[in-house]
Design a protein around this ligand. Structure first.
Ligand SMILES: Cc1cc2nc3c(=O)[nH]c(=O)nc-3n(C[C@H](O)[C@H](O)[C@H](O)COP(=O)(O)OP(=O)(O)OC[C@H]3O[C@@H](n4cnc5c(N)ncnc54)[C@H](O)[C@@H]3O)c2cc1C
Length: 377
């Protein structure tokens, strides 16, 4: 059986950022990825927004890692020439009763140390985005967009420069905690191998619960439930009337059809939220009517035929329907030995948005946890 220092399971943006941080810290790293290539799951099916950190519960990991990750992301993208733009975001109230929500965002942002939000009148917002109808808005100048694929390639390149090795087509199917380390079984059929690992980081995204359950010795009670929270995107079938991202305030029961614009200038609306029983990316075109209605709330110029089916992504939620982002219940969960009792194992669960923004900070956080666990052993 081969012996290795650190195995990182999952080559999405988070696993790659962790592999990069561990390899840069001098650790031997093997990245085990089930698919043929890096970043084909949630990391390829998102909004590519660098979030400012204005809507997370105070003290939450999401809030802290988003704010730290945002700063690190801009610096990294500048340094490495990765496509990104600090285009800014308008949060718009479309009726008087939504205005108090803007104050809530201001308070939440301030609690995270995000102090650059600007309160705008309807006229000021319209001067920035003439197509938007609103009664008031906030402007977040530090929200941006990034080329997530370029970012992942850069993380992998950094990790490989420090000696890390990527093993695609290597699904982890089984594990066992032993006195010598964690034995992982990876690969399919005759090509499967067993590895004895000092450290295992489970960054398998939507597969993280399945991986954790497959590790003999992992207490079942420590594996949180997984809810498949699907988001649909519709694209705009003409050039974008928007220069910024535009998010309506969250209204109970409303579809969350934000405007995002990618680096190529393509405008899309979404992601909304619906629930599925499995990892099913099928696009449900019947959501179109609800999108027209929701988008016209802030963009009355949307014409029939403007919306084209785009794609879906799935958030790995730990709480089901009815849970709120603001109540802290939907925070990232990062478990080390102190939580589950297995030496050398780190599990990441529920790494939904802002996981992309937070990726560099998540990498550093997990590398520090691994170092502490090693020092304590
Ligand atoms: C609709 C949507 C919009 C989003 N928008 C944003 C945004 O604008 N900004 C932002 O900051 N965040 C956003 N996010 C969140 C962000 O996309 C995720 O947090 C991030 O991509 C998660 O990365 P990951 O590496 O944890 O997961 P993934 O990208 O899913 O990677 C996990 C990897 O593990 C592999 N894997 C699974 N099981 C196994 C196994 N048994 N063995 C080996 N490998 C395995 C998978 O193949 C996959 O490659 C969004 C998410 C969604 C769903």
């Amino acid at each position: 059986m081969d012996r290795i220092d650190c195995a990182v399971i999952g080559a999405g943006v988070v696993g790659l950022a962790i592999a990069r941080a561990l390899a840069a810290a001098g650790r031997e790293v093997l990245i085990l990825e089930a698919e043929n290539a890096i970043g084909t799951q949630t990391s390829a099916r998102n909004s590519e927004v660098i979030h400012a950190g204005i809507s997370y519960a105070p003290g939450s990991l999401k809030g802290r890692l988003c704010v730290a990750g945002k700063a690190a992301m801009y610096a990294y993208c500048e340094e490495r020439g990765i496509g990104h733009r600090r285009i800014g975001k308008l949060v718009v109230a479309t009726q008087e009763s939504d205005l108090p929500d803007l104050e809530k965002y201001l308070a939440l942002a301030a609690a995270q140390g995000v102090t650059d939000l600007q309160r705008l009148s309807a006229a000021e917002a319209r001067a920035m985005e003439p197509a938007v109808a609103c009664v008031g808005a906030l402007f977040s100048p530090s929200t941006g967009i990034v080329d997530s694929h370029g970012l992942m390639l850069a993380y992998l390149g950094d990790a490989e420069r420090h000696g890390a090795v990527l093993a695609p087509r290597s699904p982890v199917t089984h594990g066992e905690a032993t006195a010598d380390g964690i034995v992982l079984r990876a690969g399919r059929g005759d090509g499967a191998t067993e590895l004895l690992c000092t450290t295992v980081v489970n960054a398998a995204g939507l597969g993280a619960q399945r991986v954790a359950r497959a590790i003999a010795g992992m207490p079942a009670a420590q594996v949180p439930p997984l809810y498949y929270a699907v988001g649909h995107y519709f694209t705009l079938a003409r050039s974008s009337p928007f220069k910024h991202l535009v998010y309506p305030t969250n209204r109970e029961g409303d579809l969350r059809a934000h405007v995002t614009v990618d680096l190529g200038g393509q405008c899309k609306f979404g992601p909304d939220l619906s629930w599925r029983e499995s990892m099913d990316y099928q696009f449900d075109a019947s959501r179109e009517a609800a999108f027209y209605q929701a988008v016209r709330r802030y963009y009355p110029g949307l014409r029939e035929g403007d919306l084209q089916p785009g794609y879906t992504g799935i958030r790995p939620r730990l709480q089901g329907p009815g849970s709120s982002l603001q109540d802290g219940a939907n925070d990232f969960v990062i478990q080390g030995t102190a939580q589950h009792g297995i030496a050398g194992l780190v599990n990441l669960f529920g790494i939904e948005s802002p996981g992309l923004t937070s990726s560099l900070a998540l990498g550093n956080y997990v590398a520090a946890l691994v170092a502490r666990q090693g020092a304590a052993a």
